[in-house]
Ligand binder design. Structure first.
Ligand code: ADP
Ligand code: MG
Length: 611
């Protein structure tokens, strides 16, 4: 029998390989934009024709290519970005496989014009179906323009697989947004069939996010920024009220590369957990930077899925950074800083930790938690430190960092406040029988008494479910409760949970119940009203909230039993609320998501008075 194995002709091999890299116009958009970024451009224009089916063109003002390089760049595995296998572990560019241009050239008609700044003339190259059709010197601006025309003109079967223009445009826009988000110091534009859809000036990360995701977010972003010598994170997340039912505005970048990670998404959602309704998603744009040696970006041809050396650590880091930022957002709105564009200029990965940066970071409490990665298990513990320490401060004086370790880890934000010994606490003042005004070192805060009390009760009740049932005081004169059929069913359902909270209620035949005991710390006398009020509250509680029944019960109870506006409070009572609030794990938000207090930093006050 004759031999049957044959070598594939080059262009066919290229076409097959291209299938992995170039699936649709948006894939080319991503690759071409990334090449322009890698070329050091600070101005990148994208032109789209017929949803990318007839044209995807990227024009940049980057380094350009020599004549030889222009010819070589279309060869498979032609790259200027790695030379040895070791380089793979130090990748700081977006591309490195040397496949994109070869793939694009295999499935379309390409026109390349490129010129290096030091050269007088540039070069023009036309490549069809991997074959060079034309090469000649040309006049062109410094930088590179690559136009991919008539995608899949030579592979009709694949052309037929392209989706409607709307769908393809959506994919293109997504890729454009991802690259543009990661590089705010580069100006980008997107021109679709002759119309400019985006025009993004250089700016800060926050400006870029607002430009891309909408100005509605402008005042609603919390900034996140934590540095350690293992990794850094910075970026923004929406305040709890920005959470939406639809997903889409969630972005992770690792060393400026957009990645998908359900695992890290889960970490973020965990930080928001009891601040937003179930099934809603806050927007976030988070940049993680770490030594490329700790990530494997080579696991997926389009590099959207990557592998971390220590995934759990990254998870804990991301979650803690978010919790930290969320905990601070209502304390320090004035610190909602714009990221320094100077830092953005160079992807921080190309400027690894300097001694000064390291020293800065060492002062933060995060340093102690993350510097040694074997301390990851302390993270949870640390984020649960009672927050009164944050407020009254038991933080070690800043300067030399204490030896790493859980005992010495100062609570998040501790440096903002003076230790109690140094600053006699000023008595809190009630304002309009509704708010509590408290002076702190950095200014003052205004606490909403009801919201704060709700948070306290909420955490207390939640905790009750993790432990033995709360203590009950047996009633000397048990009261009966007569309910409607609907309420009867509702209460019947809640009985086990209520028992856990210290209520002793028993069915008494028909639609009646008998209240034999109430929580030990409750004043006896109006059990009936309390329970009726609770049922009412439960029924009307956040209809949008899809939390489970127990969660709703806890929230309802907390709402119902909290001190209401109009209740005068003595100094002792206010102090009690303050102490208990800052001992909560989430002191800054009420169970419903609103703030429990607002802060007025001295700098802001000074600014108001024009100082
Ligand atoms: P990779 O990006 O993985 O190196 P590509 O096929 O995308 O592979 O590009 C091949 C090479 O062509 C790059 O390594 C680079 O040297 C050069 N190149 C591609 N696009 C540009 C550009 N816009 N400006 C300058 N050089 C470019
Ligand atoms: Mg590339």
């Amino acid at each position: 029998m004759a031999d049957i194995i044959q070598l594939l002709p080059d262009n066919l091999a290229n076409q097959i390989a291209a299938g992995e890299v170039i699936q649709r116009p948006a894939s080319a958009v991503k690759e071409l934009l990334e090449n322009a970024v890698d070329a050091g451009a600070d101005q990148i224009q994208l032109f789209i024709g017929d949803a990318g089916k007839s044209l995807v063109q990227v024009v940049d003002n980057g380094c350009g290519m020599s004549e030889t390089d222009a010819r070589l760049c279309f060869e498979r595995h032609a790259t200027s970005k790695i030379r040895s296998i070791d380089d793979l572990f130090r990748i700081r560019t977006m591309g490195f496989r040397g496949e994109a241009l070869a793939s694009i050239a295999a499935v379309s008609q390409v026109e390349l014009k490129t010129r290096r700044a030091e050269e007088e003339l540039g070069v023009l190259l036309e490549v069809d179906n991997s074959i060079v059709k034309r090469q000649e010197p040309c006049q062109c601006p410094a930088g590179t323009s690559i136009a991919m025309k008539n995608l899949f003109f030579n592979i009709p079967a694949r052309r037929n697989f392209l989706k409607s223009n709307n769908v393809e445009i959506r994919h293109i826009t997504e890729e454009f947004i991802r690259v543009a988000l990661a590089f705010p110091h580069i100006s980008f534009s997107l021109n679709q069939d002759g119309q400019e859809q985006y025009h993004l000036e250089k700016g800060s990360a926050k400006q870029r996010i607002v430009a891309l995701l909408g100005s509605a977010y402008n005042a609603k972003l919390i900034s996140i920024r934590e540095s350690t010598d293992y990794m850094n994170i910075y970026g923004f997340a929406g305040k709890p009220e920005t959470a939406k039912k639809t997903r889409g505005d969630q972005f992770f970048f690792v060393n400026n590369r957009f990645i998908r990670s359900a695992y890290l998404h889960h970490a973020v959602m965990g930080a928001f957990s009891d601040m937003i309704p179930a099934d809603t998603f806050p927007p976030y744009v988070l940049f993680i930077e770490l030594d490329p040696a700790h990530v494997d970006i080579n696991v997926h041809p389009t590099k959207q899925e990557i592998k971390f050396e220590d995934e759990k650590l990254i998870y804990a880091f991301v979650q803690s950074a978010l919790k930290h930022a969320l905990a601070r957002f209502s304390i320090t709105p004035a610190l909602d800083f714009d990221l320094d564009p100077g830092i953005q200029q160079l992807p921080a990965i190309s400027q690894p930790f300097t001694p000064e940066k390291q020293e800065d970071a060492a002062k933060g409490s995060f340093y102690q938690t993350f510097t040694r990665k074997n301390q990851a298990h302390f993270i949870e513990q640390d984020s649960n430190l009672p927050h009164w320490k944050t407020l009254y401060g038991t933080a070690a004086s800043s300067g030399t960092p204490p030896a790493p370790g859980p005992e010495s880890a100062s609570p998040a934000g501790g440096e903002l406040y003076t230790p109690a010994e140094e600053q006699p606490a000023k008595a809190p003042v009630q304002v309009h029988t509704r708010y509590i005004l408290l002076q702190i070192k950095s200014g003052f805060i205004l606490i909403d008494q009801q919201a704060a009390h709700e948070r306290i009760l909420y955490e207390q009740f939640r905790q009750a479910f993790g432990e033995a049932p709360a203590a009950t005081q047996q009633s000397l004169f048990p009261q009966t409760l007569q309910l409607s059929p609907a309420d009867t069913a509702l209460l019947q359902d809640m009985l086990p949970d209520l028992r856990q909270l210290g209520y002793d209620i028993a069915p008494f035949g028909g639609q009646a119940f008998i209240i034999q005991g109430i929580p030990a710390d409750m004043d006896p006398g109006n059990e009936q009203q309390t329970l009726e009020g609770l049922l009412e509250q439960f029924k009307h509680f956040s209809p949008g909230l899809k939390a489970d029944k127990r969660e709703r019960l806890i929230r309802s109870l907390a709402r119902q039993q909290s001190v209401k506006p109009g209740k005068p409070m003595e100094g002792r009572e206010m102090q009690n609320i303050i102490d208990r609030l800052f001992a909560c794990s989430q002191p800054q938000v009420a169970p419903g998501g609103g703030p429990t207090y607002v802060s007025f930093p001295l700098e802001e006050l000074g600014a108001l008075f024009g100082r």
